[in-house]
Design a protein around this ligand. Structure first.
Ligand code: ATP
Ligand code: MG
Length: 400
């Protein structure tokens, strides 16, 4: 008898010819997630993955709840194809479920994938149901809305379980290519990054640091946000761009009411260059629609106009309340609300333009040596590898 976790993966099952690629990536992600617990071996069988875990089962479940591509998980036992053993295990599962969640009605749901087994699904439901009723008190059968479902899968062995733990869904990280995430210390961009990762995208986060206007603690905050995001993807290479000179140039030479927009355009250009270096195929931001002056549709147009890559804004349809709720679930919220300011909160125009027109913005930008500013900021970009445990190594500066 062996303790296993049964993994259901839904959507990946539909990927046709690429299925192996999706499944192999998912199994690798599962192994990575379990590595701190001593690892886990994966086996594939028709439509499911079985994971042999070492060590604590609840800890393993907690870690796998953060692996995108997993629809749900069930702790299960693998037992021989022997009716008596199956009966015993089904009984054990029913009692376990009652102890855990309570309940007085049950239903047996058997599935015979292995036709060599002498009893079909219907017969098994009846045989096992009768056995469970005979050997317990206080239970009745409810086939429509039971409190407890005892599931039995007959394959090359039998698998019996009663608990279904939801996973995060989505696609395994690594199956959808790479995108560059503009990650501030705010509430929104970590959520935008999480939503993009959920669709299988590998992220390269970029933070624009205007030291000393924004201090070391603002940078530490972004590193801590990356640590939380790394729980969902293993590791991240955070790019910290030296944004100070650009910030100064904007403050000195450009009209104040266009300040935020011009800053955003510089960020986009820099992110685009980093995408070139890391083979990113899109940019991701935490912008929504209408939240602030720089997020009207006109402003978003002006911001996107400087780049040729798709700009993904996963939060467009969410209200702030919904974003906050999601940030709390992901685990980034308490870090995001630390008070250290970023450049967007320090250099806020008093009367920002809300309906900018592109020619007007391009004209205001003409005074800036854009190419030189971009090159210089990139030259001084620091790359920090971050895992859930923190930063690894000392970081390095590009081109050195
Ligand atoms: P957030 O909570 O993500 O900061 P926000 O609603 O405060 O978002 P803004 O501050 O206007 O919005 O920024 C919009 C987006 O621009 C951010 O979501 C982020 O993607 C990007 N951004 C802003 N500042 C920075 C920064 N210092 N470094 C990296 N990206 C940034
Ligand atoms: Mg912000």
């Amino acid at each position: 008898m062996q303790d296993l976790l049964l993994v259901r993966y839904g959507e990946i099952g539909l990927k046709g010819k690429n299925q192996s690629f999706f499944l192999n990536t998912l199994m690798n992600r599962i192994k990575e997630a379990l590595a701190p617990l001593g690892g886990g071996r994966c086996r594939r069988t028709q439509g499911r993955i079985f994971v042999e875990i070492k060590g604590d089962r609840e800890a393993a479940l907690d870690r796998l709840r953060k692996v995108f591509g997993i629809v749900s998980l069930s702790p299960t036992r693998e037992v021989p194809l022997d009716l008596e053993v199956i009966k015993e295990e089904a009984l054990a599962q029913l009692l376990l479920a009652r102890e855990r969640d309570g309940g007085s009605t049950f239903k047996v749901e058997a599935r015979r994938a292995n036709k060599a087994f002498p009893h079909n699904s219907m017969e098994l439901n009846q045989l096992l149901g009768a056995h469970l009723l005979r050997n317990t008190t206080g239970f009745s059968v409810d086939v429509h809305e039971p409190d407890i479902r005892v599931k039995v899968e007959i394959r090359e062995k039998a698998y019996i379980y009663s608990r279904v733990v939801p996973g995060p869904g989505g696609l395994p990280v690594g199956t959808s290519g790479r995108a560059v995430l503009l990650l501030s210390g705010g509430i929104d961009s970590p959520v935008a990054g999480w939503m993009t990762m959920k669709r299988g995208v590998t992220l390269t986060p970029v933070y624009f640091h205007s030291f000393p206007f924004t201090g070391d603690r603002a940078k530490e905050k972004v590193i801590d946000l990356c640590r939380v995001l790394a729980q969902y993807c293993g590791s991240l290479n955070l790019h910290v761009v030296h944004f100070t000179e650009i910030q100064k140039a904007l403050n000195q030479h450009c009209p104040e009411d266009l300040g935020t927009l011009l800053m955003r355009r510089m960020m986009m250009r820099l992110a685009r260059e980093i995408a070139r270096q890391v083979e990113g195929k899109a940019l991701v931001t935490g912008e929504s629609i209408g939240q602030v002056a720089s997020q009207t549709l006109e402003a978003l147009h002006v911001t996107s106009a400087v780049v040729d890559l798709p700009v993904i804004r996963p939060l467009v349809g969410l209200d702030k309340e919904e974003i906050i709720k999601r940030a709390q679930e992901i685990g980034t919220y308490n870090i995001s609300i630390r008070p250290y300011e970023d450049c967007c909160t320090i250099f806020v125009p008093r009367h920002p333009v809300t309906r900018p027109r592109l020619p007007q913005v391009e004209k205001a930008e003409e005074v800036l040596p854009v190419a030189e500013l971009i090159a210089e900021a990139l030259e001084r970009t620091e790359v920090i590898k971050i895992t859930e445990r923190g930063r690894e190594g000392n970081g390095f500066i590009h081109g050195h």
